[in-house]
Write a protein that binds this ligand. Structure first.
Ligand code: GDP
Ligand code: MG
Length: 561
């Protein structure tokens, strides 16, 4: 009877009405007071803990998960297409209808699961969220082209993730293919081929003709056997979301990689803050399944909302548990944001290495030209001492990309841009995850910043501040003003009085000052964001539509880190 409960609570000094909610401890106490045995519900943390525990029992081997990476145009898609067309066992409908970005390929007695979203974005964004999905990376390198920037990027990502690499030296059918040169290139990047005494399998292939692909698949199986991959097959499934979308007709659709347990129709699933009962499980050939075992990737219908790619999922007992976990996650996410802010103000961006207390500052460096990049990497190697040092996780030429930002997130690195800027995709991650990013145009200033971060000293640092950025829409020649760029100010303000830079593909190509700044026919001192203007740059005639003009300032500041 509610009135007697309210009365009892009053007696305890707790004033409530019938609509009030009381906390768990009070409820437990009350239930006892009334002579019953309270049954306490499990908390999210306990549920998740239990799920983890089961993992170590009854392990059986599982198929390796493979991702294909490499430089653009080196043949990733061609290779995946060839494998899918010739190696995947056809579904009941005959013919191949690819539904999802993953499929399984039989190789002898083994099976390989391919994640068919080539490129680093998929891999690194999942990694950045802490999901290690891949066991082996097939690194595709075109034999007529060699190691290129994205090849290096892929190597960096795979190494940072501790993933095994098997190299496919592709386009061997071409005239200019030079196997030994490519092996030399790769050895210089610390990937030493087996026949040179190293431990990296390198298989010459032609993805176009299919030559060598069987050998490549066998190499992958061999590599994965060394890894002794295992999973438990019984119990509640858990894994990672590989892709997800909101389908107009089917609702939330998620491609999930099962990592442990067996996923069944009717299971209650929670992924991030999305929950739902599995309505159907669809395999990569489009057929409906009743269940899915470890290392298989399947499409799932029935979730309440669309989980993010890279998010983990787990099966729980019931709706209540699912809600409990989803809410717990949301509150934890908030806590993490607060913690992260606090951490950063204390300068806790160091990573402890091994047993020793040595601090390591992880750095990702992007520069405008290779020579500068090498000079900076060499200078960074020189700083540091027994207590603290710098580790260049990756360095390269060109604008700061989504892949760089994801790698920074995954490895807790700071990002340093030397005469380069970040693109929009990278910006989203840097801002959303509050990564540390700084721009420089003078090498010793960059080194000074790293030293200051390393020592935690409160040195005054000269910092560049970007005041405004304008995008060049068109370029015309005026008899009176010379070359004028018609611009749209996209961020901040453009000031006549401050120094400017011209950027192409997020790389600085000119630094100087403005000759003229005009709104319609008037000379002005400042143009604000969202406004068009005409810009003339002193002694520079090379500007093109699509370039950016950036106004900056240099300030001395005392930094507290
Ligand atoms: P991706 O950007 O890495 O996915 O590269 P693609 O698979 O799209 O291939 C880029 C180009 O290289 C295409 O024109 C392919 O036909 C070609 N290509 C890929 N593999 C081979 C190969 O083994 N031999 C030759 N000759 N061309 C290839
Ligand atoms: Mg492609």
């Amino acid at each position: 009877q509610s009135s007697s409960i309210i009365k009892h609570l009053m007696g305890m000094g707790v004033t409530v009405t019938i609509n009030h909610t009381i906390d768990a401890d009070t409820a437990e106490y009350l239930v006892k007071e009334f002579g019953h045995n309270p049954v306490k519900e499990e908390k999210a943390e306990e549920i998740l803990e239990k799920i983890k525990e089961i993992k170590t029992q009854n392990l059986k081997s599982r198929a390796p998960i493979v991702t294909v990476m490499g430089h653009v145009d080196h043949g990733k898609t061609t290779l995946l297409d060839f494998i899918r067309k010739t190696k995947v066992v056809d579904g009941e409908a005959g013919g191949i209808t690819q539904h999802i970005g993953a499929y399984q390929v039989p190789v002898g007695d083994s099976v390989i699961t391919f994640i068919d979203t080539p490129g680093h974005a998929a891999f690194s964004s999942m990694r950045a969220r802490g999901a290690n999905t891949t066991d082996v990376v097939i690194l595709v390198v075109a034999a007529n082209d060699g190691v290129m920037p994205q090849t290096e990027e892929a190597i960096n990502h795979a190494k940072a993730a501790g993933v095994s690499i098997v190299v496919a030296i592709n386009k061997m059918d071409l005239q200019g293919a030079d196997l030994e040169r490519i092996k030399g290139d790769l050895a210089a990047k610390d990937l030493t081929p087996e026949d040179w005494g190293g431990n990296i399998q390198m298989v010459p292939v032609s993805a176009l003709k299919g030559d060598g692909v069987d050998k490549l698949l066998e190499a992958v199986v061999l590599e994965s056997e060394l890894l002794e991959l295992k999973a438990h097959y019984e119990g509640q499934a858990q894994g990672v979301v590989i892709e997800s979308e909101l389908d107009k007709f089917r609702g939330a659709v998620a491609t999930m990689l099962v990592q442990n347990g067996t996923l069944k129709v009717g299971d209650m699933v929670v992924s991030g803050s999305a929950i739902g009962k599995v309505k159907s499980i669809i395999s990569s050939d489009g057929s409906k399944l009743k269940s899915a075992e470890p290392s298989s990737a399947v499409e799932i219908l029935g979730l309440s909302s669309v989980p993010d790619a890279g998010e983990t999922f787990q099966v729980v007992k019931n709706d209540k548990e699912a809600r409990e976990i989803a809410e717990f996650r949301e509150s934890k996410l908030k806590d993490r944001k607060v913690l992260k802010q606090r951490d950063e103000s204390l300068g806790n961006i160091f990573e402890s290495m091994g047993q020793s207390d040595k601090k390591v500052l992880n750095v990702i460096l992007k520069s405008d030209v290779a020579g500068t990049s090498e000079a900076i990497v060499a200078a960074l190697a020189d700083i540091g001492n027994d207590d603290a040092s710098v580790k260049v996780v990756s360095s390269g030429v060109g604008g700061i990309s989504e892949s760089d930002a994801n790698l920074a997130l995954a490895t807790e690195s700071i990002i340093l841009g030397f005469n380069v800027r970040l693109d929009n995709a990278a910006k989203k991650i840097v801002e959303g995850e509050e990564l540390i990013l700084s721009y420089h145009s003078i090498i010793y200033e960059l080194i000074d910043e790293v030293k200051a971060r390393l020592s935690g000293l409160l040195d005054p640092i000269i910092k560049e501040e970007i005041i405004g950025t304008a995008e060049v829409l068109e370029v015309f020649n005026s008899p009176k003003f010379g070359q004028v760029a018609g611009c749209m100010v996209v961020e901040g303000s453009i000031l006549k009085s401050k120094p400017v830079r011209v950027l192409r593909d997020n790389v600085v190509i000119h630094q100087g000052e403005l000759d003229s700044l005009r709104r319609f026919k008037d000379d002005v001192g400042e143009v604000k964001s969202g406004t068009e203007c005409g810009v003339g740059i002193k002694n520079y005639k090379d500007i093109q539509p699509g370039d950016k003009v950036e106004v900056f300032d240099r300030k001395e500041e005392t930094r507290s880190i």
